[in-house]
Design a protein around this ligand. Sequence first.
Ligand code: ATP
Ligand code: MG
Length: 414
Amino acid sequence: MHDILGEEQEYFQKIHDAVKEVVNFYHFKKIITPILEETELFVKGTGAFTDIVEKEMFSLRTKGGDNLSLRPEGTPGVVRAYIEHGMRNLPQPVKFWYFGPCFRYERPQAGRYRQFHHAGLEVIGEKSSVVDVQIIQIFYGIIQKLKFKNLLIEINSLGDLNCRPNYRRLLVRYLKSRENLLCPDCKRRLKANPLRILDCKEAKCQEVVSGAPQMVDHLCNECKSHFKEVLEFLDEVGIPYYLNPYLVRGLDYYTRTVFEIVEEGENKSQGTLIAGGRYDNLVKLLGGKDTPACGGAMGVERVINAMKNRGVALSQSANPEVYLAQLGVLAKRKSLKLLEDFRIAKIPVSESFSKDSLSVQLGIASRMGVKYALVFGQKEALEDSIIIRDMKTGKQNTVKITEVAKELKKGLRK
Ligand code: ATP
Ligand code: MG
């Protein structure tokens, strides 16, 4: 877990702003769900046999005896909220975005934190393949806005309850015959979660998998035409993709489309940046009516790291053009009110209330390169006036305190 400070904070903000701008255009509504949810929500939703639920959750028991977990991902909470608030009575689909922390008890390594942030999208209540592509397109737009190039979409279809069980049988039959060649993890997965074997990173498992039957060849007609449409729409919007028949994703709830967005080429970043897919069974599984849905999430820290590595410039925040120097107790007291007036008038002003010497304060003003310094001493405070000093020419001008904001605005516009 880490603090987000300094430069990292600026990247964080930049990403947040990029996400917000793009999703607002597409009329996504922001949702904030609790960070703690009942553990059962993730066991049912994310899936009991996923790495996340088996090994990565931070769970606790409350004094009242409830079992809760820090959310490892956002989707189950959003779906819970959709059901709990009867949102199927709203015009469908409901489109949400969120930006918040997730927690996973992972082995610390590059690009992997125990507290990290997801910027996520969920579209609930629409089965059309257009939605799958729109979600990819929006993430693609966000990441392009952040100056990422050489992006690749990896995509696959996992079928649905109609065709996947049959494929799963074929796959298990194939893998059983080669069980002794699999890693210990995959031997275990063979019973609980055989599809996960397809994306095992172990070389010996990959070798076995390279000869395995592929889901895309065993899709039912509906899933096949859904997937075909997704690929056609991607062609239409000109987003480059790679059909990866071994992409299965780590979560149980996906049906049909799954995707990941990665960076290619010499700037290849640490791991997947964005991942998601369709989850047509999740709403029902969590106690709602049968409702199709699709979504995805961006790993904010991964995006920050990639931007840092590439040296993506941060925009300079507006430097104050005015410095307020004050002398004496009365001036200090009146300065507090004055600063509020400047804030409301949208004039960025800097000050150092902890400094008492005028020369020290003017020195700071000069180093900051401000256009004007305001000198507010005992005499001025008594007379409700203030001196505006032009830092370039050294010319000074005393004005009434009620006029200073107006005078500054005039000068700053020049
Ligand atoms: P991975 O295969 O890298 O473990 P995942 O399948 O667990 O990823 P998702 O649950 O789909 O990841 O989360 C979506 C995105 O969140 C990932 O693509 C990644 O960018 C980011 N992410 C996941 N886990 C972490 C983590 N521990 N620290 C930082 N970012 C993470
Ligand atoms: Mg993971």
